[in-house]
Design a binder for this molecule. Structure first.
Ligand code: MAN
Length: 511
């Protein structure tokens, strides 16, 4: 009886060899002997599954863990059959849902195949539903793409005459603007001439000695009592050759009679007579300053300058009425001086006629700017459409809606973006600038992968790149982003665009 035990453990379910699938049972034909499957050895039938490894290929022990690296077949009736490592046979852990791997009885393995089947079936039904919905959405995407394509083609066809019309409107607006601006320039020149005449007339009221000194002070920008080259070249109207674009040192030296520095006396004698006509209209502020100084000098009680007041020790400030009045005068005076530095605004003195001309020029500029913008908008819209018409939006144009759209995925460290047809980026969650992971390269693997290449160079490594693996889903969602190799990123992206027509799920299928 004892001798027969290995035989009983070797057979299983009416002579089926344990650990071997039905389709492979024929490899273990009934008989008194068994030949190892690699043909290397012939053993007795009793040595099959006797828990001792005889064959080099392990084929004599499919149902035990005696031979290394073998596979044990669980039939898992009612669910999916499975091949597990034979080292798991009788290891006191239930691996097969039918418990067949623990046939030694050391542990109780209830049959859970039915429950597992039902759970897996429910999961499959859910996935199937998602695929059905996803496929419906894909149809919507295809329909939408068709409409978009038609509307693009229509817009493109209408574009040429539309752009011609906008160009005509712009040209007309340009003409009107130029006319209005010509008038405006004329009025400006007239007003300038009136203003200049006033200044020239005012300059004539000063003695020749004074006005030449006023001019000298005007040119002596740093008020150090001498005029040097840069103080001349900064006054463009003194350029003896205005037709050449720059006012050179050489040309300034011409004005300065080849001297390096000009003092007041030389200026009066040699320079002033020659530049008088050019400079006199520029002297308005310099004359104001001169008059202010004269007034100041003539005041009986010269008040302190504002900055001197500020320097007074706060503890010893005199808050008497006279003192406060003096301070106020001083501030007024400072304000007058500041006002004098403001540019002259002749708008106050504009006649209605002039005002109308300025308003008309302003309005004409606005009409032109609007027309210019409309034309540019139309042109850029058309170039966008032309750009779209050259793109590959995949089978049935299904990816068309993803053009210029971005999707995001957040990890604890980064926010990843995916912008199909454009780029991928990685931005730190805590702020800071983004790193480009790649620019759009195109689809691969039969439109199941998007590739982005030539991103920002990795330190001591390649340029960053990203591969987007697409799978069917009801919505466009980035499921995960990983970096399997440094600076090589992998996105998992679910989209209805890749959903295929679902097969119906049988009521009771072999999963
Ligand atoms: C940044 C990120 C990482 C990348 C390293 C490489 O930190 O772009 O994803 O691995 O640079 O230095």
């Amino acid at each position: 009886m004892k001798l027969l035990l290995p035989f009983f453990t070797a057979v299983f379910a009416s002579d089926r060899i344990r650990g071997v699938s039905i389709t492979r049972q024929a490899l273990y034909p009934p008989g008194t002997h068994f030949t190892c499957l690699d043909g290397s050895k012939k053993i007795t039938r009793a040595q099959v599954n006797d828990d001792f490894c005889d064959c080099a290929d392990g084929s004599d022990e499919p149902g035990t863990s005696a031979c290394p690296n073998g596979r044990f077949h669980c039939p898992n009736a009612g669910f999916a059959p499975q091949n597990i490592l034979n080292s798991r046979v009788n290891d006191m852990i239930c691996d097969c849902c039918d418990g067949s791997d623990e046939w030694g009885g050391f542990v109780d393995c209830p049959n859970t195949c039915k429950e597992e089947y039902l759970a897996a079936h429910a999961e499959k039904i859910e996935a199937q539903k998602a695929q059905v919905q996803g496929f419906e959405k894909r149809q919507d995407l295809v329909d939408e793409a068709k409409l978009q394509k038609i509307s693009d083609e229509e817009e493109l066809a209408a574009a040429e005459p539309e752009i011609q019309e906008l160009q005509k409107i712009k040209d007309e607006a340009d003409k009107l603007k130029n006319e209005a601006e010509e008038l405006e320039t004329k009025v400006n020149e007239e007003l300038e001439a009136v203003k200049n005449k006033k200044i020239v007339d005012r300059a004539a009221t000063y003695s020749e000695e004074d006005i030449s000194e006023i001019a000298f002070n005007h040119l002596d920008a740093n008020k150090n009592g001498e005029i040097v080259v840069y103080e001349i070249t900064s006054q463009k109207y003194l350029d003896p050759k205005p037709e050449t674009s720059s006012f050179t040192t050489k040309e300034a030296k011409e004005v300065m009679k080849q001297k390096d520095k000009i003092y007041l006396e030389d200026f009066r004698a040699e320079i002033w007579p020659e530049i008088k006509e050019k400079i006199v209209a520029k002297l308005e502020r310099a004359m104001d300053e001169w008059d202010r100084k004269i007034d100041e000098a003539n005041k009986p009680d010269e008040p302190k300058k504002p900055e001197q007041v500020a320097e007074v020790d706060q503890e010893t400030v005199d808050y008497s009425e006279e003192s406060l009045d003096a301070m106020e005068d001083e501030l007024d005076e400072q304000e007058d001086y500041n006002d004098a530095l403001e540019p002259v605004n002749h708008n106050d003195e504009l006649s209605d006629e002039h005002q109308k001309i300025f308003d008309a020029a302003k309005a004409a500029r606005k009409v032109f700017d609007d027309a210019d913008r409309d034309l540019r908008d139309a042109e850029s819209k058309i170039s966008e459409i032309k750009d779209r018409s050259k793109r590959d939006f995949g089978p049935d144009d299904v990816f068309r809606s993803m053009n210029k759209v971005c999707f995001e995925f957040k990890t604890t460290e980064y926010i990843y973006t995916l912008c199909p047809y454009d780029k991928c980026e990685q931005k730190p969650v805590n702020g800071g600038s983004g790193t480009k992971l790649g620019s759009w390269e195109g689809f691969e693997n039969d439109f199941n992968e998007m590739h982005f290449t030539n991103g920002v160079k990795c330190w001591n490594g390649p340029n960053r790149s990203a591969v987007i693996k697409l799978s069917c889903g009801v919505d466009n969602v980035v499921l995960s982003v990983t970096e399997p190799n440094r600076c090589e990123y992998e996105y998992k992206f679910e989209t209805p665009a890749v959903c295929t027509k679902p097969e119906p799920v049988p009521d009771h299928d072999e999963l």
